[in-house]
Every structure is written in C-alpha cells, then in structure tokens.
Ligand binder design. Structure first.
Ligand code: NAP
Length: 347
C-alpha cells in the first residue's frame, strides 16, 4: 500500500482524486488538506462521498505531511506547488503536481506564459512531463511529475502520431477545443461570468491567442517532431459540467487516407491502455466522461490535404485526476491501470 497525501483536496481536481483514489487497490489516502475547510469531514465538503470515507481535511503542514504519507498529489492553483513540493521531494517522497508549475521546462518560457517567476528552477529541471503515451522511458527514474493540462492532453493525444512520424507540415496545426465549465475550477463559480445565466444556453470562446496551455503543447510537439511546432489554439466554454472535445486541423506533408492514419495511430498507441482509436465512430463526451479514456478519430479532407483529428476526454479524469493517478502508478511501480479501469458514465 502506498500512503497518499492530497494537497488541495477541496477543489474539483482534489475531489476527483478522492473519488478515484479511495477505491484504488494499492493506495491508502492518509492526508488531505484544505485551508478553508480544515477540521471538517471530507464527506461534508463532498456529500457524494458520504458513507465512503471518514477522513477529515487538515491545514497543510510540511512536517505532518512528511510523517503521514509516502506520495503526494498537489491540486492547488498555479504557483503553489513550486513553493511547497521541494521539502517533500528532499525527504524522498514522490510528487505529481496537477498545476502548471512543472510542465514548461524552460523557466523563462514559464515566466512568459504564466506571468510569474519560477522559484524552483532546480526542481523544474528534474520534473517529468506526465504523458506516458508519448514516452514511457521518461518515468524510469522520475520522482516529480508535472501533470499535463486538460487541453494539452486532448490535443497532444489527438496529433502526436502525426508529429512523431513527421507526417504533419510544421506550423499548420489549428486546435479548436471546447471544454465543460468544471475546467475553470470551483473558485470560478464566484465569478458572474460563470453564473448559470452566463453559461446555460450560451457558447463562447476565451483566451484567444494567449492561453497558457499553448506553451506545453508547443514544447511537447517540438520534442516529438524534432522541429519547432507553433500552433493556433482557441478554447471554448461549453454549457456542460465536464468533458473536452478537441478538433485539430493540420496539413499533411503528403497524401494519406484516413484508414492509413488510423492504422498508424493504433500502432503508435498499441501500449497505451487509455487511448482508444475509433474507426467509423466519432468521439463523444458521454462515452469518456467519468473514465480515464481518450477517444480519438482521424479523418482526411482530400481537397485540402488536411487531417482532422478529433479527441474527447473527461477534463477532470484523463485531463486531471485520472492521468495524475496513472502517473503516480508509474512512479510507484504499480500497474499503469491500477484503480483506473472504470467505464464512462454516459448512457
Ligand atoms: N478543473 C480542471 O479541469 C483541471 C484540469 C487539469 C488541471 N487542473 C489544475 O488542478 C489544480 C486545481 O484545480 P481545481 O479545478 O481543482 O481548482 P479549484 O476547484 O479552484 O480548487 C483549488 C483549491 O486549492 C486550494 N487553495 C490553496 N491555496 C490556494 C490559493 N492561494 N488560492 C486559491 N486556492 C487555493 C483551495 O482550497 P482550500 O481553501 O480548501 O485550501 C481550492 O479549493 C489547478 O492548478 C488547475 O489548473 C484543473
């Protein structure tokens, strides 16, 4: 059993870490923090966990955390884990951080996209980008994982085989992605722009040209293809609670059929238990929500020689807590799928 701590357990991602982690066969959750709910029962914060756990939230304390658990998930806003994780790592603990603190390898690039200085560049240099589907070898000696963002997860999985095999024309990728509202976190609920009338019966873009997830997408595509990989990314807010559908358009360097590309994707993901490459069906949120699966389909527009790569994930599972557990499984030498082979909840 691995003793697990969740730092920032009261947020949306923390709640999913609890929901999935409490039934994980090799995890025992021993330490959960919330500053605002310290002392309260977890099941009071998450009534959906009534009858499942009698854990209580506590305020974060480095010494208590160290004594209570062997491995930690950080589910705090950007800028927090880079200040708190160092002491735990120095004590030999394993850390998976769900924020953006350990995803962008270059501290200057981090400052450019996140608008703050990275205070632990030494830790950043040790961090592993947590997408085993792209490169499992990165996990061999890892102790600190920067868990990917939700949009980058949907996007990178949708286009990685094209970039790894250099089938895509560099600089032509356009990503049109739509997310459910939980992607903005629980705190966003206080903002009138996220009130029911502003979300329901509405559909809007945001972050046009400037979303910080662009940094890690370009970084990982450049690493895969060995060449600079600028992209255009526009996120949209769907009037649903959860799920991301990404539609990615990229010009192919040469003509390929959809059947050929689908076969290549299946080969590329042959050891990826959470990627399902569809053939005739197209991805839908209802068939991934609640699960750690990413559904992908590839089509080719022959007239323009563009591939259209579609993917669907649950932003809170494969886009956050599920992939974090997948990464922690690898850090702890457990089967990658442990605690994660749930089907989706959709009808
Ligand atoms: N939502 C998603 O779909 C998603 C997907 C991928 C990654 N992530 C990342 O996961 C992390 C958590 O996201 P979330 O959606 O769970 O956010 P959230 O619902 O807003 O929760 C964040 C929690 O962090 C705690 N916290 C501690 N220090 C804080 C501070 N200085 N300012 C604000 N909150 C603070 C707060 O809880 P207490 O007051 O109880 O301590 C809060 O409940 C973020 O870095 C986010 O980018 C989220």
């Amino acid at each position: 059993m691995v003793r697990i701590g969740i730092i920032g357990a009261r947020g949306f991602a923390g709640g999913e870490l609890l929901r999935l982690g409490l039934s994980h066969p090799d995890f025992r959750i021993t330490y959960v923090t919330s500053e605002s709910q310290a002392g309260a029962l977890v099941s009071d914060g998450f009534p959906g966990l009534r009858g499942v756990t009698d854990l209580r939230f506590q305020a974060f304390d480095g010494d208590e955390a160290n004594a209570a658990a062997d491995a930690f998930f950080f589910a705090l806003p950007d800028g927090e884990a880079m200040q708190k994780a160092g002491a735990l790592l120095a004590a030999g603990k394993k850390v998976v951080d769900l924020s953006g603190d350990f995803r962008v390898r270059d501290p200057e690039n981090y400052q450019r996209w996140y608008g703050r200085e990275h205070v632990s560049p030494d830790l950043l240099a040790q961090a592993t980008y947590g997408m085993p589907e792209l490169d499992r070898s990165r996990f061999a000696a890892a102790t600190l994982v920067g868990n990917p963002g939700c949009y980058p997860t949907a996007t990178l999985l949708a286009v990685a085989p094209l970039f790894a095999d250099r089938l895509a024309e560099p600089g032509t990728l356009v990503v049109d992605a739509k997310s459910g509202v939980s992607g903005a976190g629980g705190r966003a609920g206080m903002d009138p722009a996220f009130s029911f009338p502003a979300i329901a019966d509405n559909f809007r873009a945001y972050g046009v040209t400037g979303h910080r997830h662009i940094a890690e997408m370009e970084q990982e595509l450049a690493r895969l293809s060995g060449t600079s990989a600028p992209l255009t990314f526009t996120p949209h807010l769907l009037p649903v609670n959860r799920g991301i559908l990404a539609t990615c358009y990229v010009r192919l360097a040469a003509s390929h059929t959809a059947a050929d590309l689908t076969a290549r994707y299946r080969e590329y993901y042959r050891e990826a238990p959470f990627v399902q490459v569809l053939e005739s069906a197209l991805p839908e949120l209802r068939f991934v929500n609640g699960s750690n699966m990413c559904h992908i389909a590839i089509r080719v527009d022959d007239r323009t020689r563009r591939a259209i790569c579609l993917s669907a994930i649950d932003n809170l599972v494969k886009g956050a807590a599920g992939s974090a557990i997948q990464n922690m499984n690898l850090l702890c030498g457990l089967p990658e799928t442990a605690g994660l082979l749930h089907g989706a909840t959709g009808p």
